[in-house]
Design a protein around this ligand. Structure first.
Ligand SMILES: Nc1nc2c(ncn2[C@@H]2O[C@H](COP(=O)(O)OP(=O)(O)O)[C@@H](O)[C@H]2O)c(=O)[nH]1
Ligand SMILES: [Mg+2]
Length: 256
């Protein structure tokens, strides 16, 4: 991997029609209980990208919402160009992404958290790197989450450096461009960690793929709360992650 830029460039270099030779993009949103924000997210991303990415589709992968999310999405699907997949059961983030990858038809995936902690316009910070990389990770600069999450994330990335010898600073980001063929090949193998992107990136790293971290602004959640990292579950999440790191290390031992 190339060393990331250590600072966030103020300017977005290019915001225009993307080079069609780089291939079309499937924008993928995993969604769970986001009724208050999902409309804003979808409208902003579609407005930003649909006329600038020549070969473009939007895939919404929702499951298990118990708020108003499903009816908001059904209403939006009548108006906006989205491919909507919903499930009554909560499949979880990883399965939602794997299913979306199977439905996606474009050569690149832009997989983005649906709670608008990343702004649509920052797509343009990642996009130029498609030319030379297989995976472009939006590194949160700076992370606008509760203090305990920032500390946990720093500790987690540190443990990955020590135990798995990977150099990333924000490996589990919710804003990334990934080549579709790579995602289809690697995603189904992710099994040890509950942080899907982290294990995915580590596996890609040891396959020798080209990965870069690019700083992007991060915004505090305006509404709702994390749907994954409840304080009451933190101890078990950390324990599970640590066991996952050890299992992945065992599996990849010959390569590390
Ligand atoms: N489809 C699906 N999406 C999920 C699930 N859990 C979380 N998400 C989505 O994943 C994204 C990240 O979740 P979030 O709770 O914001 O994580 P945080 O930003 O790390 O606190 C959000 O867009 C959620 O709506 C799930 O079980 N299924
Ligand atoms: Mg979030």
């Amino acid at each position: 991997m190339t060393k990331p830029h250590s600072k966030l460039p103020q300017e977005i270099a290019h915001r225009g029609v993307v080079d069609p030779s780089l291939g079309g993009i499937s924008l993928v949103f995993p969604v769970h209980n986001e009724s208050f924000i999902i409309e804003q997210t979808l409208r902003n991303y579609i407005a930003e990208l649909e006329n600038r990415v020549p070969d473009f589709e939007v895939i919404v992968s929702e499951d298990g919402s118990i708020d108003d999310t499903k009816s908001v999405l059904e209403r939006l699907a009548r108006e906006l160009p989205i491919k909507l997949y919903m499930s009554d059961e909560r499949k979880g983030y990883q399965q939602a992404v794997i299913d979306a990858i199977a439905h996606a038809t474009k050569p690149w995936l832009f997989i983005v958290d649906s709670d608008y902690q990343f702004a649509a316009i920052d797509f343009w910070r990642l996009e130029p790197f498609r030319r030379d990389y297989d995976i472009v990770l939006g590194m949160k600069y700076h992370r606008k989450d509760p203090f305990y999450r920032v500390i946990l994330s720093k500790g987690y990335n540190f443990l990955l450096r020590v135990f798995l010898k990977v150099p990333y600073r924000d490996i589990d980001t919710g804003f990334r461009l990934i080549r579709h063929d790579i995602a289809s090949e690697i995603a189904p193998n992710v099994k040890h960690m509950s942080f899907f992107t982290a294990e995915f990136v580590i596996r890609a790293h040891y396959k020798g793929l080209k990965i870069i971290e690019v700083p992007v602004p991060h915004y505090a959640r305006k509404i709702g709360s994390t749907t994954i990292f409840y304080i009451s579950k933190l101890f078990m999440i950390c324990l599970h992650q640590f066991i996952g790191i050890l299992r992945l290390r065992k599996e990849l031992k010959s390569k590390i």
